[in-house]
Design a binder for this molecule. Structure first.
Ligand SMILES: NC(=O)c1ccc[n+]([C@@H]2O[C@H](COP(=O)([O-])OP(=O)(O)OC[C@H]3O[C@@H](n4cnc5c(N)ncnc54)[C@H](OP(=O)(O)O)[C@@H]3O)[C@@H](O)[C@H]2O)c1
Length: 277
């Protein structure tokens, strides 16, 4: 079953399901990404910070897939918000990935204490203008960060990649994204596995003869999010891709949405200021 795509605000199509690569074991990343391709994934989410772009690039090269069949995202690391540093870091990303063009390139964190993200956005706009990124966007941008980029820039971000899962709706960010035609990408879509034992989710999963992870991913898909669950477990890589042959009812969706308890698994973007990762 092929993965549906969402059309970004510049016309580029992104597969709604991707494969997350944060914390994959380094030695296994190439093989796990190849397994994901075998299972039907056509979108990989990596980052300079994950230090696995090279393995992702090796997998893309070894996959035998045509370049336009695979969507690859990477992200600018926190140490490189200065204009020239961002351009140089992007060149290294293309080298590591062995690509001439990346599909999507994001500012990974806004780092408000550093306050150089509008400068970094200027560099991403240049990269986009050069044609070496088919789309550009941001990650972990709160409404005030997003608004400054919209005010200072000339390109509207194509996506905002932020934490979203049933225990953390991140509603204000998602609403601002939608108001500007920015697609929300949901990171930690499974809440790093923590939401999977929630009784509401296990009840719906049992009723639909699906697994909790499939139900949660389907909730994301029906809410219009792009998702990229991470798994280092081959059977789960396959399981997480089998989400396009069933539907949740409106009542199921509402029950899962009602689980929001404001519970982040990761850093609050206002307080993430590390440049040493
Ligand atoms: N932009 C950002 O700042 C940011 C931050 C975090 C994440 N991300 C991106 O989002 C991706 C996904 O987020 P994430 O890796 O934090 O968390 P996640 O995908 O929500 O959850 C991954 C965890 O869930 C487990 N899992 C996966 N599938 C499962 C299944 N079917 N049944 C039971 N457990 C399952 C995995 O275990 P096993 O691996 O042991 O199978 C792993 O412990 C990342 O890999 C990365 O690409 C971006």
């Amino acid at each position: 079953m092929s993965t549906p795509t969402i059309t970004l605000n510049n016309g580029v199509a992104i597969p709604q399901l991707g494969f997350g690569t944060y914390k994959l074991p380094a030695a296994d990343t190439r093989d796990l990404v190849l397994r994901a391709f075998d299972a039907g994934y056509r979108h990989v989410d990596t980052a300079q910070m994950y230090r696995n772009e090279r393995a992702v690039g090796e997998a893309v090269a070894a996959s035998g897939l045509a370049r336009d069949e695979v969507f690859v995202t990477s992200k600018l690391n926190n140490a490189f918000h200065a204009h020239d540093d961002a351009l140089a870091a992007f060149d290294r990303t293309l080298d590591e990935l062995r690509l001439d063009v990346v599909d999507l390139f994001l500012i990974h964190w806004p780092l408000p204490a550093l306050d150089r993200y509008t400068e970094a956005w200027g560099a991403l706009e240049e990269i986009y203008g050069s044609g070496r990124a088919r789309a550009i966007g941001v990650s972990n941008f709160q409404p005030d960060h997003l608004q400054r980029v919209l005010d200072a820039g000339t390109v509207v971000p194509a996506v905002n990649q932020v934490e979203v899962h049933p225990w953390f709706a991140n509603a204000e960010v998602r609403e601002l994204d939608a108001a500007h035609g920015i697609v929300t990408e949901a990171w930690s879509p499974l809440g790093r596995g923590r939401v999977l034992d929630d009784p509401t989710i296990t009840r719906i999963a049992a009723a639909r003869s699906r697994t909790p992870a499939q139900v949660v991913l389907r909730w994301h898909v029906q809410n219009g999010h792009v998702v990229f669950p991470k798994s280092a477990t081959p059977s789960r890589i396959v399981e997480n891709a089998r989400i396009f042959d069933f539907e949740l009812s409106d009542a199921d969706l509402a029950s899962i949405s009602a689980l929001d308890r404001g519970a982040r698994t990761g850093s609050h973007p206002d307080h993430e200021n590390r440049t040493d990762r």
